[in-house]
Design a protein around this ligand. Structure first.
Ligand code: 4AD
Ligand code: MG
Length: 465
């Protein structure tokens, strides 16, 4: 008989029929006569209960069926007498694929701390928590593609190896060529690195935006969705050295349309999660974050605040005047700290805020300059508990202004001739933004640490994985 996934078994009403399930044992308990095995195959957070007649199958034979072992079960589907489940399987035959020695298997019945589980990243997908998180991660990726596809955006692949520093922050990982098995060494035996990519300087991309803009100037509306890299030495619960980013770019959109797109996009993803990941979200809500579902439903009802940076700073200065203590100073021109962003979102407005029109000094060279000569058409979407979830802008479409600004900010103009070409040949107003995939996942799962929403986190303190 062919295997049925546990997610489908649990929905089945074909009582009396024979089924086969395969999966990993969560627990086995019971008496000398009857055993109950909780089996999980990753298709759902829920386990199916296997009822075993110990005498019939043999006590000796069942010995290796411990937490973590992988088994295949044939049995009869019956209506369950127990609470909390509709069906169970009365085993007629159990095949053991692989045991897991209880003396050394790291995942035991008792709960483990998230810190401990980070150290065994190769096994943590087998826990309820990480099963839930990674199923949600998959569903969010699907939601993202659906959202843009339904709106006529094209998924455009931008390079991972690149020569340009989009954000101009100098936080890039260099790519070098070398033959690991035939390393060049100096007279002291130290490895000589080429420090280049076949003779050219190259790095891992920090953002697909610049290439995305080229595509928008041809295909109209595109989005990227891929890994990006930042060599910043920050050990925070919100930063990774390798994270995934979604970057839509749209010809003819101005900043207001860009903001609406961002708001619609996040709401679509949150709605998708609520509609498609109910059991997993309910589990995370009950386990870690009792306010999760309420927060997700809440965000769907709210219109995001649109607030110029200058107004935001005024609100923060008023808070300081009224006695609110911030760790870092607030004044016009400052790059707001996350405590400032969170004050606006969590204490002042109590809903998501899109902060716009930042001082040009603290934003990237490509942003469209406002008439005032001081600010640019930037937009950061700020979220409760997360802070910045999206960064974006309307782009400077004027060739001279863009080139001058790049020079002023020390961006090597020679190297971005191809980017500047878009402004020389058929330039157009356009806008886009970048959503940090893991920041979205922090919001949707309620997890507190970004290391817990990506399978293999890369941080300055990355261990073996
Ligand atoms: O604000 P950022 O740096 O903007 C850009 O890269 C633009 N080129 C995007 C665009 O306009 N197309 O990054 C965008 C988002 C942030 O808002 C944040 O959600 C996420 O990417 N992000 C990070 N996520 C995890 N770890 C890091 N180190 C991150 N840095 C940025
Ligand atoms: Mg940003």
């Amino acid at each position: 008989i062919t295997r049925t996934k546990i997610v489908d078994v649990l929905k089945s009403v074909a009582f009396g029929s024979t089924v086969n399930v395969k999966g990993w044992v969560r627990t086995r308990r019971g008496s000398k006569q009857v055993n109950f095995i909780a089996l999980n195959d990753g298709s759902t957070i829920n386990n199916v209960q296997i009822v075993v007649d110990v005498e019939k199958l043999g006590e000796e034979y069942l010995k290796p069926v411990t937490t973590g072992a992988c088994i295949s079960v044939n049995g009869i589907l019956v209506e369950s007498q127990g609470k909390g489940q509709n069906v169970e399987i009365q085993a007629t035959e159990i095949q053991i694929y692989g045991s897991a020695d209880p003396a050394t298997y790291p995942l035991q019945k008792k709960g483990h701390s998230l810190e401990f589980l980070r150290e065994i990243a190769h096994l943590r997908p087998r826990t309820n928590t990480f099963g839930a998180v990674f199923r949600i991660r998959h569903n969010m990726a699907i939601a993202i593609h659906k959202f843009f596809h339904e709106r006529g955006f094209f998924y455009f692949h931008t390079p991972i190896i690149t020569a340009s520093d989009c954000e101009g922050a100098g936080q890039m990982f260099q790519v070098t060529t070398m033959n690991l098995y035939d390393l060049k060494k100096d007279e002291n035996g130290s490895i000589i690195y080429d420090n280049d990519f076949f003779g050219k300087q190259a790095s891992l991309t920090v953002s697909g935006q610049l290439e995305g803009e080229l595509a928008a100037m041809a295909l109209g509306a595109i989005y990227t969705f891929g890994p990006t890299f930042r060599a910043e030495n920050s050990n925070t619960p919100r930063h990774l050295a390798e994270f995934w980013m979604i970057e839509p770019e749209v010809a003819f959109n101005e900043i207001a349309e860009n903001m609406q797109l961002a708001e619609d996009f996040i709401k679509y993803c949150v709605q998708w999660a609520l509609d498609n990941c109910h059991d997993d979200i309910q589990f995370l809500n009950d386990m870690f974050d009792k306010g999760l579902i309420e927060r997700l439903e809440g965000v769907l009802k709210e219109t995001f605040v649109r607030l110029p940076y200058t107004e935001g700073v005024k609100i923060l200065e008023e808070a300081v005047a009224k006695g609110h203590k911030f760790e870092f100073p607030v004044y016009w021109g400052v790059d707001l700290a996350s405590e400032h962003e969170r004050y606006l979102v969590e204490e002042h407005f109590k809903r998501p805020v899109i902060l716009t029109d930042y001082p040009k000094e603290i934003k990237a060279f490509y942003m469209k300059q406002n008439e005032d000569g001081k600010t640019v058409r930037a937009m950061d979407v700020l979220f409760p508990k997360i802070g910045e979830i999206i960064g974006g802008s309307q782009r400077e479409e004027d060739f001279e202004k863009l080139r001058t600004r790049a020079e002023e900010m020390g961006v090597p103009v020679k190297d971005i001739w191809w980017y500047l070409d878009t402004r020389r040949f058929g330039t157009a107003p356009h806008s886009g933004f970048g959503l940090g995939f893991e920041r979205l996942l922090l919001f949707v799962t309620g997890m507190a640490n970004i290391r817990d929403v990506i399978p293999f986190p890369r941080t300055p303190k990355t261990a073996d994985f």
